[in-house]
Design a protein around this ligand. Structure first.
Ligand code: 2P0
Length: 354
């Protein structure tokens, strides 16, 4: 019998409008929409192989070669169960000759080509790759937006890594979560000139996990309510327009404002959550000064770089390709001892689930 196996990769994504807070913790439904850039598949990615076989006794998972328990009712178990259900309904129920893979256990092995400890979004690429590899194994005729409904239940931000380019996760309104999915705002080919530089400020594991931190914010932060109602909806519309217009100045202004508000919301949480450190804040100062000079009329009057920080101290700097050399020289000048420094890379390649 032919082996039933499939291998798929999914890249990391970095949010410009941040997801922070759930309105349903089981289904992973967010309190606000978010928008991210999916990085180039060639750089930071998870690669996952899934195999189904009638001889397998139970579903099993290995992460970077180490077996992880699949907890009953947990996130991984939910994703696998949902994918088996889709296999049954969309393939086996319609074609009696299709192998009954939905009844077999699966073995899943996933590798990250970047250090999991580096504070980069490994759960996003990991659950996106897991979902995509099961979709390939099960030969599902399902578009990425529909698969994003499943990846979302593994880790919220994972739903965005199933699509390449600029991706929105619409919060949705339905209690079922069926409208809480990822959609492509623009493909990777629309704006290939935008690059990302990742500055690894610290590769220590973060003190407060995103999952627990964001719920503490939902429970205690008045600023989060203001952000959800009065800031994010306009920013989603404005940054989508900036992306369509390839307006880097506006893209940068919104991205930095949203990163800063996300960290303000963390500080507004009780007890407060601190993700950035002194080096993170010094990088903000350097980029703000770089933009202040760029914004002078005699220098063109437009921002040249945008910083953004997730739930950790590491900086991601977005900039047009032409500015990257100057930005790297500047960062190396001010932070000469920082050796954990990654080369700049083009954002886009074969990003997505394919
Ligand atoms: C984001 N982050 O939009 C934001 C910015 C962190 C800061 O998505 O509980 O790991 O698995 O849904 O997806 C981190 O949250 O949390 C995150 P769960 P997840 O990228």
């Amino acid at each position: 019998m032919a082996p039933f196996t499939a291998t798929t990769s999914a890249p990391v994504n970095i949010a410009c409008i941040k997801y922070w807070g759930k309105r349903d913790t089981k289904l992973i439904l967010p309190t606000n929409s978010s928008l991210s850039v999916t990085l180039d598949q060639d750089h930071l990615r998870s690669t996952t192989t899934s195999r189904a076989d009638p001889s397998f006794q139970k579903d099993r998972l290995w992460l970077n070669g180490v077996e992880e328990e699949i907890k009953t009712g947990g996130r991984t178990a939910t994703c696998i169960a949902e994918m088996k259900k889709m296999r049954k309904e969309l393939v086996e129920d319609l074609d009696a000759s299709a192998p009954p893979l939905s009844t077999y256990s699966v073995h899943i092995a996933s590798y990250n080509n970047f250090p999991t400890a580096a504070g980069l979004a490994s759960s996003a690429s990991g659950f996106a790759a897991l979902t995509a590899s099961l979709a390939a194994l099960y030969a599902l005729p399902t578009p990425p937006t529909t698969l994003s409904l499943i990846a979302r239940q593994g880790s919220g931000s994972a739903c965005r890594s199933l699509l390449g380019g600029f991706v929105a996760w619409n919060a949705g309104e339905l209690p079922s979560g069926l409208d809480s999915h990822a959609v492509q705002v623009a493909p990777e080919t629309h704006w290939p000139d935008i690059h990302a530089l990742i500055c690894v400020v610290s590769d220590h594991k973060k003190g407060t996990s995103s999952t627990s931190g964001m719920q503490r914010t939902v429970e205690t932060s008045p600023l989060l309510q203001h952000r959800i109602k009065h800031c994010v909806p306009q920013r989603m519309a404005d940054i989508s327009a900036a992306i369509h217009a390839r307006d880097f100045d506006r893209f940068a202004e919104i991205t930095m404002a949203d990163s800063n508000q996300f960290h303000a919301v963390c500080l507004d949480t009780a007890p407060p959550i601190f993700y950035m450190n002194d080096v993170s804040r010094a990088i903000i100062a350097v980029i703000e000064e770089y933009n202040r000079v760029a914004l002078l009329p005699e220098n063109g009057g437009k921002r040249k770089a945008a910083y953004t920080y997730d739930a950790g101290p590491n900086a991601v700097i977005y900039a047009p390709a032409a500015n990257m050399k100057e930005i790297i020289s500047m960062i190396l000048h001010y932070f000469p001892q920082q050796d954990a420094f990654k080369d700049p890379f083009g954002l886009f390649g074969t990003a997505g689930a394919g």
